[in-house]
Design a protein around this ligand. Structure first.
Ligand code: HPA
Ligand code: ZN
Length: 334
């Protein structure tokens, strides 16, 4: 890749729309928090933990990801994790981030809901990066558990703007959560769901039709269904694609095989995101650089991807336009 393209990828203003805050916990911080809180880990050292990050599929990752999150107990822990992510995002010229958090991972261990939300939210308030929160239900748990989680989080509803759906996809289809998503829609939240990462393209259609989501997280398997692809293009449904994640979790064996360019060529509203940057080998700029190194992508693709991120953000129209103008000004000045 030439120097101009690399510099543009690094310096262009970005929005990140698919980041699990628990997936930003670096091994060093996991060990520091384990020590601070007296939590025992199954790994003797940072190196040993990092060496365990050799995933074969989504579930093999999720098992380690939930174990890593077990060190989070106090509000300050959630604050420190989020502040560390936002500092990395700022360094990558991320202007706006919409951050997933998984409350059930913590409330199931006895951590109060307000400890989770207050800690993450306070770090967002203190950052120069614009940051909002999306509460995600774990789809391997029941819809009843999701309802109870919503109930517990509603007193803090001013601190998050949307609802998402993550964890083990195959066998946990969108329809399992149709009632709780209907309730969240009534309450006025933005709605998103992971679909078509490991699960079949049909889950993308049911996430749209039954859950009424506004964006699809991942969605890369849509290309297996021509009618679905045409619909996503026609309706300009944003896909929050995570290239390094897809290679680490073996959705694609190598970055050269990633379908990001094919998705763009199909006219889809593709965005680039980091998913779980501490586990998958990098933050936003690492994702852009790895993708552009492996695929025949150039400056016009970079501009389109940067624009798509802001266009798909849950932001007021004027704010969105300001960011889009900033992207266009950046590329016009190259
Ligand atoms: N997929 C599903 N659930 C997740 C992911 C993911 O990529 N990251 C964190 N939870
Ligand atoms: Zn994800």
């Amino acid at each position: 890749m030439n120097d101009q393209l690399r510099a543009a990828l690094q310096q262009m203003p970005k929005a990140e729309l698919h980041i699990h805050i628990e997936g930003s916990l670096e091994p060093e911080l996991i060990f520091a928090l384990a020590e601070r809180n007296g939590v025992a880990l199954n790994y003797a050292s940072v190196e040993e933990l990092r060496a365990a990050y050799a995933f074969t599929d989504l579930q093999s990752f999720l098992d380690i990801y939930y174990a890593g999150a077990s060190v989070l107990l106090r509000e300050q822990d959630f604050y420190d994790m989020t502040a560390a992510y936002l500092a990395r995002a700022e360094a990558d010229n991320v202007r706006h981030a919409e951050i997933f958090f998984d409350p059930q991972t913590h409330t199931a261990r006895g951590v109060p809901m307000r400890t989770v939300i207050d800690g993450i939210h306070r770090a967002c308030q203190d950052s120069p990066v614009s940051a909002t929160l999306i509460l995600s239900f774990l789809r391997h748990l029941s819809e009843e558990d999701a309802f109870a989680t919503l109930e517990a989080a509603l007193p803090l509803r001013d601190k998050y703007i949307g609802i998402g759906l993550d964890s083990s996809e195959v066998g946990n289809p969108p329809e399992k959560f149709a009632r709780v998503f209907a309730r969240c829609k009534e309450l006025g939240f933005h709605l998103v769901a992971h679909a078509g990462e490991e699960g079949p393209p049909a889950y993308i259609g049911t996430a749209l039709d039954l859950l009424k989501v506004e964006r699809i997280d991942h969605g890369v398997r849509c290309l297996e269904d021509a009618a679905l692809t045409a619909r996503l293009a026609r309706e300009q449904i944003a896909l929050t694609v995570c290239p390094l994640s897809n290679v680490k979790l073996r959705v694609f064996d190598k970055m050269e095989q990633h379908n990001l360019l094919a998705l763009l060529d199909a006219g889809l509203a593709v965005t680039v995101n980091s998913d779980d940057p501490a586990y998958f080998g990098g933050y936003m700029n690492d994702n852009f650089i790895a993708t552009f190194e492996a695929l025949p992508l150039g400056l016009s693709h970079a501009q389109r991807l940067a624009r798509n991120g802001f266009a798909a953000a849950f932001l007021p129209a004027a704010q969105k336009q300001k960011y889009l103008d900033e992207v266009d000004a950046f590329f016009a000045a190259l």
